[in-house]
Design a protein around this ligand. Structure first.
Ligand SMILES: [Zn+2]
Length: 84
């Protein structure tokens, strides 16, 4: 760990460390989120809905049509994609 007070601003180690953290492909989350327009419940593709058989990483398009909002029972058509 390189503290700001312990290294020059242009010190490569500290800079690279920051660079890696913000650009690692598996931490740049491409998953999308969908919000229930009825109750505001959020479906996150990265999280899924494991309580209802939707595995983490399940794309919204792959969520079964008979799946309903865990909170209010709304159907997929009542959800809208949101940016968080
Ligand atoms: Zn809902």
């Amino acid at each position: 760990m390189c503290l700001p007070s312990g290294c020059p601003p242009d010190e490569p180690h500290g800079y690279n460390r920051f660079f890696i953290v913000v650009t690692r492909p598996d931490t740049v989350n491409e998953s999308r989120t969908w919000m229930c327009l009825i109750c505001g419940w959020i479906y996150d593709e990265a999280t899924g809905d494991s309580d209802h058989g939707i595995a983490p990483g399940t794309a919204w398009a792959d969520v079964p049509l008979n799946w309903t909002c865990p909170e209010c029972g709304a159907r997929k058509e009542d959800f809208e994609m949101v940016q968080i």
